[in-house]
Design a protein around this ligand. Sequence first.
Ligand SMILES: [Zn+2]
Length: 274
Amino acid sequence: MNTRLLYVNILCLFFSGFSSTVPAEAVPGGIAIIDIREDARPQARYQGKQVMVTGRPGRWQAVVGLSLKTKAGLHRLQINSVSTDFTVTDKQYESQYITIKDRRKVNPNSLDMERIARDKQHIDEAKNTWTDREKDSMELILPVQGRISSPFGLRRFFNRQPRKPHSGLDIAAGEGTAIRAAAAGRVIKRGDYFFNGNTVFIDHGQGMITMYCHMNSIEVEEGQNLAKGEIIGSVGQTGRVTGAHLHWGVILNQTMVDPTLFIAGPANRKQQRE
Ligand SMILES: [Zn+2]
């Protein structure tokens, strides 16, 4: 490996070049930020997937999304033709027990399973979107004003049965409350899914995609360009829910990561603990 070209720094990293700081947490469900001292824009890949690169000549940063399934230890990032290792530390997330009255939403029948498989294909297509669009900021705004009712990463039990961990952030708000685009981008998909209900995906470039679920109304079309903060629809309770809320997901290199990492200000990050 060519160490002269690479400067790797993982712990306590901040986006020094950006208007605000986005703290890196190289943990499952977090992000690793790797500095790259190359003149030409490098290509970065992690587990075969293209990774976001931001910055400017001589001061690039690869921003790697780490799935909740990531194991602690050394991980490998491919930068152009060289590879470099970075360390992921463990993180324990709390458990959450939820009772769902509609048992079909916990133990779907065979027809439901066919629909869930079709939904997954549709959702994966959205998650796999890549556009080169340059990013001058990683910062996102909370799409809904409301109480954080369920943080990212919770290990979940529905009607006492273990299910996938919580891969987004839940914001509780009254049905009909406006949902806003977390950053400028383009609507790449909208759909109505078994678990997620009415859903919108917005592509922000460089593999960053935001996902808005359980919506009541959707007020945007596929292909529509959006400014940061533009209204895309309203809060609802479609899909598998216990009440009206927005389930908000943030995707990097096809992986769901903790949305609060991109929210500016300590106040917003603290809300997570409520
Ligand atoms: Zn949720």
